[in-house]
Design a binder for this molecule. Structure first.
Ligand code: MLT
Length: 306
């Protein structure tokens, strides 16, 4: 009977699926890297979210391992090259949390447009600063979408529903799909020059790292608002900080940071910045979806494919 170790906090639904499919499953979240290395040897499968780092050292200690299942999208916490070299399959669940993450991006856009977190803090402090918080409408504004895949296309759909004009930069977006989504496919420079809001929906790769670089931030329209619920490292945080201070960028909403956990950042001191702690996928529905999907996929592989 294949053995699976769940080393991050996963919905109990996943455990149920593994057991129902006849796999033996142990749940040990919160182990240190050394503790995990010490117990990994007998396992055929490792189910993770983002906390477990699947390094070369961990893989070296896992001679039986056949599959790593990431309940979520990004596999940046897995050394995929080393896993592949050892014949370990790395799988993710690219669809289970897409709606949730897209909704967070839309929520962040509203939060920025209407300064909701600041206004809430001020009201709770008993200030009633009705004249301080003048917002902007999303209606009629141009949303520059960097990345129009699983999540970006859902953001596009919601933004079109809000009567925004959506300009999407994505080398993998076909003209046909753009038409279906009601978005305009544009090059990055055009997006930078036209967008009132920019949202990012790409993985962090060598091609996308610093896609909002200092130079590209300077190309953005004055007064633009930026939302990043994708990955830290897509935006040059220092350049963003300076652009926010100068007013070139009117606001930024960040769910992800170059270094996580982000417990200290000059950005935290700015009023026109809204931050959340990588909550993009944090809904009950999404966590259930990704847990169910990863358990089924891993069971399929271990019972028939490995
Ligand atoms: C993902 O890659 O699925 C999201 O960023 C969620 C997460 O890592 O927690």
């Amino acid at each position: 009977m294949p053995r699976v170790l769940i080393s991050d906090k996963l919905s109990p639904a996943a455990i149920e699926i593994f057991r129902r499919r006849g796999l033996e499953v142990d749940v040990r979240p919160g182990l240190s890297p050394a503790e995990l290395r010490a117990i990994i040897a007998p396992y055929d499968g490792l189910a993770i979210r983002s906390a477990t780092k699947v390094t070369r050292e961990l893989l070296d200690a896992a001679p039986n391992l056949k599959v790593v299942g990431r309940a979520g999208i990004g596999v940046d916490n897995v050394d995929v090259t080393s896993a592949t070299a050892r014949g370990v399959v790395v799988m993710n669940t690219p669809y289970g949390n897409a709606i949730t993450t897209a909704e967070h991006a839309i929520a962040m856009m509203f939060a920025l447009a209407r300064q909701i977190p600041e206004a809430s803090a001020s009201t709770k402090a008993g200030k009633w600063e009705k004249n301080r918080f003048m917002g902007v409408e999303l209606f009629g504004k141009t949303l520059g979408l960097i990345g129009c895949g699983n999540i970006g296309s859902i953001v596009a759909d919601r933004a079109v529903g809000l009567k925004m004009k959506v300009a999407a930069f994505d080398p993998f977006l076909s003209e046909k799909r753009a038409v279906e989504l009601g978005v305009e496919k544009v090059e990055l420079n055009e997006l930078l020059e036209r967008a009132d809001f920019v949202t990012l929906h790409t993985p962090l790769t060598e091609q996308t790292r610093n896609i909002l670089s200092r130079q590209n931030i300077a190309r953005l329209k004055r007064g633009v608002r930026i939302v990043n619920c994708a990955r830290g490292g897509l935006v040059d945080e220092q350049a963003l900080f300076e652009a926010l201070q100068s007013g070139h960028v009117a606001g930024a909403a960040l769910d992800v940071f170059e270094t996580e956990p982000a417990t200290d950042s000059p950005l935290f001191a700015l009023e026109n910045v809204v931050c959340t702690p990588h909550l993009g996928a944090a809904t009950a529905e999404a966590q259930e979806n990704v847990a169910l999907q990863v358990a089924d996929q891993m069971a399929d592989y271990l019972l028939t494919g490995a």
